[in-house]
Write a protein that binds this ligand. Structure first.
Ligand code: AMP
Length: 280
């Protein structure tokens, strides 16, 4: 496994692959790797000749400076894991390497960035678009792997590739959960023991909501989910929306012939958790 810290070194290695027409699978991460990340890496290994994992905590996508400061960083353990998974290349750039100049670009993301996460995390998706576009241009992968855990991010990256007219296929990978249903996340380690015990309520509520589709309209399911979280004094539901998976428009009627996804964000003891579930 080769670990590179500079764009020059990485580009040098990647350009040697172009002539041999090897496929490249890119897995962008912010590190503090867990089995959710591992699932993306394993899929990339199955589908590509060369797998490149990037580890970079991207400041431009954080709207909250204390969230950025407190974000877990476990580089040594991450590299040990990636080596065991037989990843070929790892890119671990510094801040100066990724942003030698302040990135002034504003992306027009067809308003996909104005709902749900976008409403609560100002400029978050512009920061995601900045770093993802840099990584795509630098590495020109055949495929790039994203988790459905960050469903809105996946939808936006898929659109970004269209907007930038890039020939990269964006692969969505299913959400990996703890045994008790909590979606795996690097932020889970920040939960207190008591809050960690409460956290599976998020998944169980989503699951119970899907079971109400026969009786309740989408709007009524929304109201029901909100009422469930109101009974949890330690949890603050930021939003719950049932949207279709192309334009992220709210679903009005279950009969609509679209893929329906129920998405939410919850604050639990200062930790922000997101999750989602298909409503089919
Ligand atoms: P992050 O390091 O949190 O930026 O995540 C890097 C990638 O891993 C993103 O595409 C995430 O959606 C994905 N990911 C994170 N957690 C999970 C999970 N529990 N299941 C599947 N994918 C995940």
């Amino acid at each position: 496994m080769k670990v590179y810290k500079t764009k020059t070194e990485l580009s040098g290695h990647l350009s040697s692959l172009v002539s041999s027409e090897k496929t490249i699978g890119l897995v962008p991460t912010m590190g503090a790797l867990h089995p959710g990340h591992t699932s993306l890496v394993n899929r990339a290994i199955l589908e590509n000749d060369v797998v490149l994992v990037t580890i970079f905590v991207n400041p431009t996508q954080f709207n909250d400076s204390s969230d950025l400061e407190n974000y877990p960083r476990t580089l040594e353990a991450d590299l040990t894991l990636l080596k065991r998974l037989k990843v070929h290349l790892v890119f671990v750039p510094s801040l100066e390497e990724m942003y030698p100049e302040k990135d002034q670009r504003t992306f027009y993301l067809d308003n996909l960035d104005k709902v749900m996460e976008g409403k609560h995390r100002k400029d978050h998706f512009n920061g995601v678009a900045q770093i993802v576009s840099k990584l795509f241009r630098l590495t020109n992968p055949t495929r790039a792997y994203f988790g459905q855990k960050d469903f809105q991010q996946f939808v936006i990256v898929r659109r970004l590739v269209k907007i930038l007219d890039l020939d990269i296929s964006i692969v969505a990978c299913p959400i990996i959960r703890e045994e008790d249903g909590l979606a795996m996340s690097s932020r889970n380690v920040k939960l207190s023991a008591a809050h960690r015990k409460l956290a599976p309520f998020i998944h169980s509520t989503l699951k119970r909501a899907t079971q109400k589709m026969d009786l309740l309209s989408p709007e009524e399911v929304k109201t029901w989910v909100t009422s469930q979280f109101e009974k949890q004094p330690d949890m603050h539901l930021e939003y719950f929306e049932i949207v279709e998976d192309k334009e992220l428009r709210p679903v009005i009627d279950w009969k609509e012939k679209v893929n329906k996804v129920g998405c939410l964000a919850v604050q639990l003891g200062g930790v922000r958790l997101i999750d989602n579930m298909n409503f089919d």
